[in-house]
Design a protein around this ligand. Structure first.
Ligand SMILES: [Zn+2]
Length: 317
């Protein structure tokens, strides 16, 4: 785990959380800044499976062509969600009410019916996604007790032989593992193109839903909105590089991740110093500071569900 190429701030958190496995001090493992391990997990998976990079490149090629041709799915895609809850303490045994609150947040954020969607002074209101046309339905909850204090980011929680819970029907259902991850990581997702057995999203139970044990400043359920965005092929808005590309045309170039809630008018240091879209779910902003996807991100996700798309198995006939 220490070999992962984590950003400096996450790496610092990792150090400060090193003793977490033997500690019951909840203060130690409560994150101050958003930490998402999706990109680091992808880099590990690419090293383990040399064919993954070309599979993902083909998905991106298909996506770009579909977006350009306007060949996108029109109806609402309904996605059954299986929660796999792994708990050592009763606090970690996330209540049904808290899990349902996560479904409700996902549905509001993806339908653009979230209460903060029309936040004033949004310089990017013209390129907001509107309804992403993706709905989430609670399908089932699987619970398993464990002696593990934290699970890390190596997908062990998805392996029944190693104490985890195997994915249920991962080609037709979104599996969300809810457990204690540790290391200051709030969650991570697998991008389209990865192995079926590890497909889905992992959430730390402290950053799941908007009630129960949900912990500020990540207590509004937006960690799942961000991670499901990755599961739907969206990249971090800074492209995981200094002034990198997220492969979406209508999002500005960001120099790096934003933390907390940036001031209105915050600019990128990249070429042209554009206003940053820190209110986008794919940034690292606190939950209360993020409230939109862009139209370009919507098109990128919609391309997954057309014939030949990487997640067409989820599309209703
Ligand atoms: Zn992320």
């Amino acid at each position: 785990m220490k070999k992962l190429l984590l950003s400096a701030s996450v790496a610092m958190m990792l150090f400060s959380c090193q003793k977490e496995d033997n500690s019951t001090n909840t203060q130690v493992d409560t994150a101050a800044n958003r930490g998402c391990a999706s990109h680091e997990v992808l880099e590990r998976q690419m090293q383990e499976d040399p064919t993954l990079a070309s599979r993902m490149a083909n998905i991106d090629k298909f996506t770009n062509e579909a977006v350009k041709a306007g060949r996108l799915v029109n109806g609402v895609i309904e996605i059954p969600v299986v929660f796999n809850v792994l708990y050592r303490t009763t606090t970690e045994n996330t209540s049904l009410a808290q899990l349902q609150s996560q479904i409700d947040v996902l549905n509001a954020d993806f339908a653009a019916t979230n209460a903060d969607y029309n936040t004033a002074n949004n310089p990017y209101s013209a390129v907001r996604s509107g309804n992403m046309n993706i709905r989430f339905v609670l399908d089932q909850v699987i619970r398993k007790s464990t002696t593990k204090t934290s699970w890390g980011t190596t997908d062990t929680m998805k392996n029944a032989k190693r104490g985890g819970i195997a994915a249920t029907s991962p080609t037709t259902k979104l599996n969300i593992w809810v457990c204690t991850i540790g290391g200051g990581i709030l969650g991570y997702a697998q991008f389209p193109g990865g192995a079926s057995s590890t497909d889905g999203v992992v959430l730390d139970s402290k950053y799941t839903g908007n009630t129960g044990t949900a912990t500020a400043p990540f207590n509004l359920g937006r960690t799942a909105t961000h991670e499901v965005g990755h599961w739907l092929n969206l990249r971090h808005i800074w492209g995981d590089a200094t002034c990198g590309s997220d492969q979406v045309a209508d999002t500005p170039t960001h120099d790096s991740a934003n933390y907390g809630v940036p001031a209105v008018g915050h600019r990128s240091t990249c070429s042209g110093t554009p206003l940053e879209m820190y209110m986008n779910y794919m940034d690292y902003t606190d939950d209360r500071g993020m409230y939109m996807f862009s139209a370009g991100q919507k098109a990128r996700t919609a391309a997954l569900f057309v014939s030949g798309g990487a997640r067409v198995s989820f599309a209703q006939p």
